[in-house]
Design a binder for this molecule. Structure first.
Ligand code: ATP
Ligand code: LTN
Length: 333
């Protein structure tokens, strides 16, 4: 048949839970853009996942719009890939229920993200937060992807999705494809600019610790100038130079240069020069994305047309898998 059908399938999602950061960009989104030419891709805004922590409805609404607009601004193309909003395809919640009844309490209780997030949100340890990986498994399994690109922190959730798929297929017969994780080597983990022991996270209270994809040029450069480094000198990768190593990772992920090349390029230069160079390089990379974003977000009608069309396209695929799963467990169609 046509070439499109021979491409391997890819699926991933991102939560609309705040300002997306350089970590989200280098660890996840930038790779999505590369992947869309080689694979048959489906990407979604995981808004159902976002309400596992308390969200203010009006803020959530605008973050869903802005996350979808940002996906377009980065270069994801609705003519090449399926781009949609998770809650607009009800099969995600529906399959999640069937899968929940085939997932053990003990499997969920082991998840490190649940342990971390329930410690962080001790006043709202809801059942959704606990069963979040089952919903993620439903997101994935509905589209039968071969690969799921995620940051290293999502590996455990992906393994559970594979376990759930294998078990379901064993008990009820073949329905799901068992997917592989696709974890990028470079830029897989971007650390905080203020504490290079911690991952860069949009929920960090110290705004100097993260760079938002939509930060303006001056802000990006200022945050890099203030980045925490050790008191030594020399630009090379080392365990006692976690701050410099993180800046090298960022610089390498943006420019494609290796660590050795970066060390050579900055031979004889001080930390100040290096921080400025990284700041300017990142600012140059982000500027066109922000310009695209500003245009896209100002046309709400077009944005709505695109995400509705994306949801219709996604649902056609999702419904088939969901109906198959329904039949297998004994439900009537
Ligand atoms: P939070 O800061 O609220 O914990 P988050 O920034 O980790 O959220 P997610 O929506 O959970 O964001 O992650 C979206 C994607 O970005 C995931 O694939 C995740 O692995 C990746 N990612 C997030 N932070 C980083 C980081 N610092 N470095 C590399 N990848 C990251
Ligand atoms: N849990 C992920 C987001 C996410 C996802 C998915 C990623 C939801 N559903 C399906 C890959 C596949 C996160 O928080 N980064």
């Amino acid at each position: 048949m046509c070439e499109q059908n021979e491409k391997k399938k890819v699926l991933s999602c991102i939560q609309p839970s705040g300002m997306l950061t350089l970590g989200n960009y280098l660890g996840a989104l930038k790779n999505w853009v590369y992947m869309q030419n080689e694979f048959d891709c489906t990407f979604a805004v995981a808004d159902l996942h976002a309400i596992t922590v308390r969200q203010e409805p009006s803020k959530l609404r605008s973050q869903i719009y802005s996350t979808y607009a940002l996906m377009l601004a980065l270069g994801l193309d609705p003519n090449k890939s399926t781009l949609f909003i998770q809650s607009q395809v009800p099969e995600h919640s529906a399959l999640s229920w069937i899968l929940s009844c085939n997932t053990q309490f003990g499997e969920m209780a082991r998840m490190t993200q649940f342990k971390d997030k329930s410690a962080k949100h001790a006043d709202n340890i809801n059942v959704g937060l606990f069963s979040y990986p089952v919903l993620m498994a439903a997101d994935i399994l509905l589209y039968k992807p071969d690969f799921v690109p995620v940051g290293a922190d999502q590996k455990q959730h992906l393994e559970i999705a594979r376990d759930i798929a294998e078990r379901f297929n064993r008990i009820y017969g073949d329905v799901f494809t068992v997917p592989e994780a696709y974890i990028p080597k470079t830029g897989a983990r971007v650390m905080s600019l203020q504490d290079p022991e911690k991952k860069m996270s949009k929920s960090d209270e110290n705004a100097n610790s993260w760079v938002a994809i939509l930060d303006d040029r001056d802000t990006v450069i200022r945050k890099f100038k203030r980045a925490v480094t050790d008191s030594g000198s020399g630009i090379y990768l080392s365990d006692d130079k976690k701050g410099i190593s993180n800046l090298m990772t960022i610089y390498g992920a943006v420019t494609g240069k290796s660590y050795d090349e970066i060390t050579k390029e900055f031979e004889g230069k001080g930390y100040g020069d290096f921080k400025l160079a990284v700041g300017e390089t990142v600012a140059d990379e982000l500027a066109p994305i922000k310009a695209n974003y500003d245009k896209i977000i100002s046309d709400k009608a077009e944005l709505e047309r695109l995400f509705r069309e994306g949801a219709e396209k996604a649902e056609k695929v999702a419904r088939k898998t969901y109906f198959k799963a329904m039949k297998k467990v004994g439900f009537l169609l």
